[in-house]
Design a protein around this ligand. Structure first.
Ligand SMILES: [Zn+2]
Length: 211
C-alpha cells in the first residue's frame, strides 16, 4: 500500500503543526482509496487535549466529520489521522500504535501520519521536513508506508476546491476574545445543524461530481 498526500492537505497539516510547536496537535485525514493508494485530499481538526508529548482528539470529532461527509461529500471518507511530535522526531509511540490499531479496526486501510515540525519551522527548508506515514501489520509491528505528493493537475485542483470548504471544528484564534467565547464558539461549531448548513451552502460551488 502507498499513500498520496495532496498539497493542500499537507499544507494544512504543516500549518497546524507549526502554529503549535510547543505542543502536539492532531487531526483527521479525509480522502479516498483508489486501487492500493490512500489519497489524502484534506484534513479536519477539532477540539483536543494536548501536552508537549501527548494529544487526543475529542471522540465526537470523528463522528461529526463522518456524518458531515456522508451527508455532503459521500465520495470522501476518513482515511486516517495525523499528529505532531515537536522536537521528538518521527516514530509511533506505544499509545500511537494503540490509536492506529483502533483506526485500522474501523477502516482497514487507515494510515497514521507523524510530523516533527520543529526544524522546518525554523528554516522552512523542505529538506528539514520530518514526516512519516505508518500502519500496523498483522503482527502488531509498525510498518512505514511510502508516500508521494499528488501532482496530477485535475486531482490537485479538485482536492483544493474541496479542501477550501472543509470546516475545522476549532474556533480560529482571531474569533476568540476570552474563555467564555471559546466555549460558546466551540459549542456553535460542534452543532451539527450548523455544520450541515455550512456544507450545503458551500457545496453549490463544487463542480458536479456525477459528470
Ligand atoms: Zn505520537
Amino acid at each position: 500500500m502507498r499513500a498520496r498526500i495532496y498539497p493542500l492537505a499537507l499544507g494544512k497539516i504543516l500549518h497546524h503543526a507549526i502554529s503549535n510547536i510547543n505542543q502536539e496537535v492532531a487531526g483527521l485525514m479525509v480522502g479516498k482509496v483508489v486501487s492500493d493508494v490512500v489519497e489524502v485530499w484534506d484534513t479536519v481538526t477539532g477540539p483536543q487535549q494536548s501536552t508537549p508529548a501527548y494529544v487526543k482528539l475529542e471522540e465526537n470529532v470523528m463522528a461529526l466529520v463522518a456524518e458531515v461527509l456522508i451527508e455532503n461529500l459521500p465520495d470522501l471518507y476518513i482515511v486516517g489521522w495525523y499528529h505532531s511530535h515537536p522536537g521528538l522526531d518521527v516514530f509511533m509511540s506505544p499509545i500511537d500504535v494503540e490509536t492506529q490499531k483502533a483506526y485500522q479496526t474501523m477502516f482497514p486501510k487507515a494510515i497514521a501520519l507523524v510530523v516533527d515540525p520543529l526544524q522546518f519551522s525554523a528554516s522552512w527548508k523542505v529538506s528539514d521536513l520530518k514526516i512519516g506515514v505508518f500502519r500496523i501489520d498483522k503482527n502488531g509491528k509498525v510498518v512505514p508506508v511510502r508516500f508521494t505528493l499528488g501532482l496530477q493537475r485535475r486531482k490537485v485542483l479538485e482536492s483544493t476546491l474541496v479542501g477550501l470548504q472543509m470546516l475545522d471544528l476549532i474556533p480560529r484564534k482571531a474569533d476568540v476574545a476570552d474563555e467564555e467565547s471559546v466555549k460558546t464558539s466551540t459549542a456553535k461549531m460542534l452543532d451539527l445543524d450548523h455544520i450541515v448548513k455550512f456544507f450545503s451552502k458551500t457545496k453549490k460551488l463544487l463542480p458536479s461530481r456525477k459528470g
